[in-house]
Design a protein. Structure first.
Length: 334
């Protein structure tokens, strides 16, 4: 890898992949795309363009940069009108831009989701789409398989992590466990693969370095019961009938009190568990973190962020007060 493009580079996963690239391939040149700016303490690629993957100008930068590797991480499951545009239209636009390149990239890796192969032990088996996000993912994989068939010189792969907390909007899983006043309501106690984000990064790098092709599940090394997950979050779980749970979710969602829509109930009922097939057998990949590790890591990160905001608030207040006393016509923005 010498010239790499990363979409979604400002996100948590994008930043971690970029950091790993810098460490394992120090001479690599990276061009990054995202619809938000990279944080001040983040890692910047060699060139950064603030635009999402559905931008019309994407092809211009790609043709100028001539990447040999493309890592497509721009994916979201947030409940709004934009996810499908980012997920499907963005992927379609990116692939169209890749087809315009005089020299096709040698590698293309696409972020997918466990919701497609969630209950499958083999990567070639897919689940039935049950909501809009599932349909987005199936569309992305269909387009990815198509480009794999038509671009013979490009090695194409796509990764299906389990639930990765803090990445592409998956906080709704935790919100469903802990979103109502410290009380978690559920009608069953399913199991989940909570994949540690560091294992997802390791899997991505392993696939790229090994020239892997096709679909790869990336679960945790184990699964965890919803009841145990809620205890790790310091919450209380209350069981209630599915119909009542649906009504509660619907009301909270319509009132915009919660970002967790009723569509997510299928995951709270049935869970999300899959097997690490091809990564282990073909690429000798070994998961290093458990589902418990992933949850505790997420909780720790949330506490760090909360403490950082608490420390920053007094400073902001003092700055504003100073500015106000200096000049009544000066306004301070935060």
């Amino acid at each position: 890898m010498k010239r790499v493009v990363i979409t979604g580079v400002a996100g948590t996963l994008g930043q971690m992949v970029l950091r790993e690239l810098r460490q394992s391939h120090p001479s690599v040149k990276v061009m990054g795309f995202d619809n938000v700016n990279i944080s001040t303490n983040g890692i910047a690629p060699d060139s950064f363009h603030k635009r999402d993957s559905k931008s019309r100008g994407l092809s211009v930068q790609l043709v100028e940069f001539q990447p040999d590797t493309v890592i497509h991480l721009a994916l979201t499951s947030e409940d709004s009108s934009s996810p499908s545009k980012i997920n499907t239209e963005g992927t379609q636009n990116l692939f169209a831009a890749l087809r315009l390149l005089p020299i096709p990239p040698k590698r293309l890796l696409v972020l997918s989701s466990a919701c497609v192969g969630g209950s499958a032990s083999e990567e070639n088996t897919a689940n039935e789409a049950k909501d809009a996000f599932d349909k987005d993912i199936q569309d992305i994989e269909r387009r990815t398989q198509e480009i794999a068939r038509t671009c013979k010189t490009t090695r194409v792969s796509w990764v299906r992590p389990g639930v990765v907390l803090g990445v592409y909007g998956t906080e709704w899983v935790l919100q469903g466990w802990s979103g109502v006043g410290g009380v978690v309501m559920g009608s069953s106690d399913p199991s989940y693969n909570i994949t540690h984000i560091s294992d997802v990064v390791r899997a991505i790098m392993t696939i790229l370095d090994s020239d892997g092709e096709g679909a790869y599940n990336v679960p945790a090394r184990d699964s965890i019961k919803a009841s145990e997950a809620t205890k790790l979050l310091g919450k209380t779980q209350i069981y209630c009938p599915h119909w009542l749970l649906y009504v509660i979710f619907l009301v909270l969602w319509l009132l915009r009190y919660s970002r967790t829509s009723p569509r997510a109930l299928q995951y709270y009922q049935k869970g999300l568990v899959m097997q690490n097939g091809r990564l282990a057998t073909e690429l000798n990949f070994k998961d290093t973190r458990t589902s418990k590790d992933a949850i505790l890591h997420y909780v720790k990160q949330q506490k760090v962020q909360a403490n950082g905001k608490a420390e920053a608030s007094p400073k902001t207040t003092r700055t504003s007060a100073t500015s106000t006393s200096t000049s009544t016509s000066t306004s301070t923005s935060t």
